[in-house]
Design a protein around this ligand. Sequence first.
Ligand code: ATP
Ligand code: MG
Length: 458
Amino acid sequence: MFSNTKSDQSNVAQNRSHGDVNLNIITRQEHTISRAHISDNALKVLYRLNKHGYDAFLVGGGVRDLLLDKEPKDFDIATNATPEQIKQLFRNCRLIGRRFRLAHIMFGREIIEVATFRGHHQEPEKNQSAQSKEGMLLRDNVYGTVEEDAERRDFTINAMYYNIADFSIHDYANGVADLKAGVIRMIGDPETRYREDPVRMIRAIRFAAKLNMTIEPNTAAPIKELVHLMSGVPGARLFEESLKLLQSGQGWATYLLLREYNLFSCLFPTVAQYFTPEQNSDVEKMAEIVLKSTDKRINEGKRINPAFMFAAFLWYPLQYRAKELAEARKLNHYDAIMMASNDILDEQVRHLAIPRRHSATIRDIWQLQLRLTRRSGKRAFQMLELNKFRAGFDMLEMRGKVEGGQAKELATWWQEFQDAPSVHRQNMVQSVGSEKPSGRRRKRPHSKRKSSKPKAKE
Ligand code: ATP
Ligand code: MG
């Protein structure tokens, strides 16, 4: 099935059969992958498997990125040893996974993932593999040959195997040619493969954006029709994928492509409902600013806080919800924001499961937007000490760029306050001390408070 003469993809896909593979072997002399660029730990694992008589290949993104002269994110290994056999060879081995059983070989902070070749999943009676009504694979632990393993991978450029026995590359799906041509091409029939695992749709987008490649037309064609399948993907997996998509240094390009394929709305429906044809709503402006700034930070090697992007994406949807609630239930601004925060996060988590530790940070960043308006007395000084201050301030600055007006003035004030010598800081605080706090609409005293929501600690 890998004969893959590019024009006859659909025919080829109908004829999926084992063994009918078109293997190109690229010898050590003919390619540029040097062991010097492979992690020592990955090499150790490859050598040891090989020494004990097993096949051992580096595969996936490791091979792809090395051929592109990029630094791989991780090194994945495929072998014909079973997970149990792998465990016997390595003391530092943990078997993980239910959907896919995998071995993790632990070397301090580096984890080398070793997978046993996967076979076809055609014998459901064995209870090794399971499929949902939609054709989605739920369990998938049938082992197979390296050829079958290659057919089970997603894109041709991800199915190149670097053989530790002779340092050659086994290219089963013409991945080398596609890599040279800059093409993301699904192995097999794209629609079937998307139905088996809808995450492959966002992986196509991810690689196209990350590698600046184009999605081959047959691979691209079914995506828009199948977007609805994304709702069957567990939220925890979508959260992980969203980080890989948007927080790997090409977030802005990936976002644009996700929008083009109607996939962004599967991940962030609350955000996507404010999308406009002109792409210039405040929600969209904020998304652009936060994604470009995240890309810049990552590419400069700076740390990022994963929660920040979510806080920024959802900030304006939060404002709109709060306004509705304030009007419908006669709540003050503060209470409306608190209630809307719950709504917006609940809604988001139903699609993409943001872990609790991150949602707590998102709330902190939002609350800081209210607190940053209050600067009199000791407040401004205390605020600087908060460990989320920087994130709160960064978001205020982004809001300033989106909205101008008060947010912009406030961001400028805080910037100046941080830069100022302490005498000047005192003056700054005194001059705001005589003003009414801005942006705070809560009237006090308020005798008819209905809500029992807790007040922010200030
Ligand atoms: P990255 O640079 O993001 O690590 P990668 O290609 O290595 O890219 P991984 O998620 O690490 O991606 O997966 C390793 C390999 O496993 C892929 O290259 C691909 O061959 C295979 N793979 C991963 N996810 C899928 C999937 N959903 N369907 C089929 N094959 C997959
Ligand atoms: Mg990888």
